[in-house]
Design a protein around this ligand. Structure first.
Ligand code: HEM
Ligand SMILES: [Cu+2]
Length: 496
């Protein structure tokens, strides 16, 4: 049996590649299904259908949790595929993670659609234990979350173990020689951008999962009657240390996918520069601080933590700017771009991600949060950076994987569909932003007549977005069997 330079046998490597493909394909399918729920909610807000409010909240809960889990799964698969040539990943860990993820998501679907759980994707304590749905639904939902968190943890461990081995320890895996030694001459290999990003995400991922456990265990204890109640403020801190961090890490995974994709279309290899290495190392700490902005309205929270949230929300913007905008524009600037669906997704994504990020920083400002809190401004900002950024970048890489530089994704149809997606997504999030400016509340099942106009405006854009994605899905699915059978054709991270 041949053993590759990353320590995996050819069979193991093939298994890793197939696992990553399944992560991405299943994540994409989940994204499409959850998008339909999003359309239903906007139709409801437009006053064009009338869902029972209970059903609205069940669908909203499933949509939020399903989207976050689905896009994350796809990004985890994509990044694993990108780093696999040099970092030997355990196929057993990756496949186990997939099975656990699948079981967890299944529980969440059952808990919401059958059980009636409707506490929102955040399931903020004490809502999960106070709802009037059966307690089995609460168990199902929270156990489902626990399984998804365990699966994510398995992925993090696979990456940490692999990069430890490939780079001979964590310092090299975090590119510290680039930071602290000028020459950079080292007998050990240094990580590429995607490899560094993966290690950083895996490290913070472990912390986020631990926070999730600290959140869930007391709730389980209360459900079992072991404790009567516990501190809601502490719970909320843990919840957002978990939730905020998780969705933010998805962004950095997606950025790694941009690095891995863009070079193929611009003819530039990504070089791990000092600013990008520094930025990613700062992110390790900074990504853990902004979550306090979710608690600005909790007057019982000690005020220095509010201040920390303010500083952290601004602070994380600086390295984020370096890793995305500087990193990607460095690959684009002055190059001869070959226009293709993945490139269009990435360029639209850089815009959407930046706009969403600025909107988030605004809402992370205490004085502004006092006004914008719990308005549709909040979904506006996270749908911008998710739909364009985290998800958009991930689909760019998926299409690149399934098409290659000259395949179907470079054809006129795929390119047109990509533009349609940008227009659809743009119109949809703008309607959210304008609603936010009018102080239309988020998480309301029924909207007043005065609020409905903007929702009505959003619907055709959502349909456009849907048509574009279904079209791209048809093109992509046809390329799937070939990618399953054949060994990787996508070039791994550049060796130079
Ligand atoms: C396909 C287009 C999408 C549409 C039409 C859509 C629509 C919606 C709507 C109408 C809401 C409820 C807003 C409210 O009244 O509070 C919502 C909430 C949400 N969406 Fe989306 N969405 C889409 C894509 C996404 C994506 C890509 C993600 C993330 C990966 C996402 C994550 C969420 C989350 C986390 C919530 C909050 C749920 C909660 O409050 O518990 N959505 N979406
Ligand atoms: Cu946040």
């Amino acid at each position: 049996m041949t053993t590759g330079r990353n320590g995996n046998s050819a069979v193991a490597q093939r298994s890793v590649e197939r696992a990553t493909l399944i992560y991405m394909a299943v994540g994409f399918a989940v994204f499409l299904l959850m998008g339909v729920l999003g359309l239903l909610m906007r139709l409801q807000h437009a006053g064009w259908i009338s869902l029972d409010p209970r059903w609205f909240y069940r669908l909203m809960t499933l949509h939020g949790s399903g989207m976050v889990a689905g896009v994350l799964l796809a990004s985890l698969g994509g990044v694993a595929r990108v780093i696999a040539p040099r970092i030997g990943l355990s196929p057993r860990l990756l496949w186990s993670a997939f099975v656990v993820y699948f079981l967890g998501s299944g529980l969440v679907i059952l808990a919401t659609l059958v059980g009636g759980f409707a506490a929102g994707w955040t399931a903020t304590y004490p809502l999960p234990v106070r709802g009037d749905w059966p307690v089995s639904a609460t168990w199902g939902f929270l156990l489902g979350y626990a399984l998804v968190a365990v699966a994510f943890l398995l992925w993090c461990l696979a990456v940490l173990a692999g990069s430890w081995r490939a780079f001979g320890g964590l310092r090299n895996a975090l590119a510290w020689p680039v930071l602290f030694r000028r020459s950079g001459a080292s007998d050990r290999p240094l990580p590429t951008g995607p490899e560094l990003a993966a290690t950083v995400v895996a490290l913070d991922g472990v912390i986020a999962v631990l926070a999730g456990v600290v959140y869930l265990v007391p709730i389980f204890a209360e459900l079992l009657g072991i404790v009567e109640r516990f501190d809601a403020l502490f719970a909320k801190n843990m919840l957002f240390l978990f939730g905020h961090t998780l969705v933010n890490l998805n962004i950095y995974l997606a950025v790694a996918l941009v690095y891995a994709t863009l070079g193929a279309y611009t003819g530039r290899a990504f070089k791990l520069s000092f600013p990008v290495a520094l930025a990613f190392n700062l992110v390790i700490v900074l990504v853990l601080l902004p979550y306090f902005h979710h608690l600005y309205q909790d007057f019982a929270q000690p005020w220095p933590l509010h201040l920390l949230g303010q500083i952290g929300s601004y602070g994380v913007g600086v390295p984020a700017f370096f890793v995305t905008i500087v990193g990607s524009l460095g690959l684009l600037y002055g190059s001869n771009v070959r226009w293709s669906a993945p490139v269009i997704f990435i360029l639209a994504g850089l815009w959407g991600w930046t706009i969403g990020g600025v909107a988030a920083i605004l809402d992370g400002t205490i004085a502004i949060n006092n006004v914008m809190h719990n308005t549709l401004w909040v979904p506006a900002h996270f749908h911008s950076y998710y739909l364009f950024g985290a998800a958009g970048f991930t689909w760019a890489y998926l299409f690149h994987t399934l098409s290659g530089v000259d395949g179907w994704a470079s054809g006129a149809l795929a390119r047109r569909l990509s533009w349609l997606y940008s227009v659809g997504a743009g119109g949809f999030v703008l309607a959210f932003f304008f609603s936010g400016l009018q102080s239309v509340p988020r998480r309301f099942a029924v909207h007043l007549a005065a609020w409905q106009g903007l929702a009505q405006l959003a619907v055709p854009f959502v349909v456009l977005l849907g048509v574009a994605f279904v079209g791209l899905a048809v093109l992509a699915v046809r390329a799937l069997p070939c990618a399953w059978r054949e060994p990787v054709t996508v070039p791994g991270p550049a060796d130079d």
